[in-house]
Design a protein around this ligand. Structure first.
Ligand code: SAM
Length: 239
């Protein structure tokens, strides 16, 4: 069944006005007409079974009928990724949404030389991915920020999985022994981290420095591999 993210309060009988783009998608792409059913979620009130109540020129009106699934949230995982080429950033945020990250933080590192980031486009990509994966929320994508500022304001309760291309502990075993709790995964730019950044990261008490194997992976591959290992070792894949 079609799933739509509509950030409006959801309750029995509630009338919803999706965006014009969403309305066009429902009526012109998915050919829904009045009376047809779909699922709607907003990241707070759970997933609701809705029907198309009206099809108007200015968009459709949906009516909430019944709660299909109560609200749940996935594991507390953030992905911090150095801004890389536009197409790769788009792939990375899409995969982060599919693989269950709650938040994507774009980092500006000493060797970052990347395109301008269109946050509205990245938000649309994670929303669509969330709709397709069945997850009950849409990950936040933060404005790019300097890695040094992100580390200066770090919440020590959150552990950091530092993916270090110069070497580290075997990732799966390191995560298994480090255990559950809020985590963040850090992936560097195409040029890698600078020696100063590497040194600072390895010295932080909340850092677990890991290797993703003997081959140097591109940033998007490394992000997908790291999130996969994290979900298998410390996330919700063995629940
Ligand atoms: N230019 C760098 C080099 O040649 O060493 C490669 C950087 S790599 C393309 C981008 C990021 O992916 C790295 O900063 C790191 O975070 C991650 N990465 C890639 N391969 C990795 C590996 N084998 N182990 C750990 N992290 C890796």
């Amino acid at each position: 069944m079609i799933r739509l993210h509509v950030p409006q309060p959801l309750s029995a009988g509630a009338a919803l006005a999706p965006t014009l783009d969403q309305s066009r998608y429902l009526t012109q792409v998915m050919r829904l007409k009045a009376g047809d059913a779909l699922l709607v979620f907003n990241g707070v009130d759970g997933e609701w079974r809705c029907v198309v109540a009206e099809v108007l020129k200015k968009g459709v009106i949906l009516r909430c009928e019944a709660l299909a699934r109560p609200q749940t949230t996935g594991p507390d995982l953030e992905l911090i990724v150095a801004v890389v080429k536009k197409a790769r950033v788009e792939t990375i945020v899409e995969k982060a949404a599919e693989l269950g990250a709650r938040r994507v933080r774009l980092a500006l590192t000493q060797r970052t030389n990347a395109d301008r980031v269109r946050l509205d486009r990245l938000d649309a990509i994670v929303e669509e991915a969330a709709e397709q994966t069945g997850r009950m929320d849409v990950p936040a994508v933060d404005e790019p920020a300097r890695l040094s500022d992100i580390l200066d304001a770090w919440d020590p309760a959150r552990r950091l999985m530092f993916c270090d291309e110069t070497g580290g502990q075997p990732a799966f075993a390191a995560l298994r022994s480090a255990g559950e709790g809020p985590w963040a995964i850090l992936i560097g730019p195409e040029g890698g981290f600078s020696p100063e950044e590497g040194e600072r990261l390895r010295a932080l008490h909340f850092t677990t420095t890991v290797s993703l194997g003997p081959r140097i992976l591109r940033a998007d591959t490394a992000a997908i591999a790291a999130m996969t290992i994290w979900q298998a070792a410390a996330g919700d894949w063995d629940r």
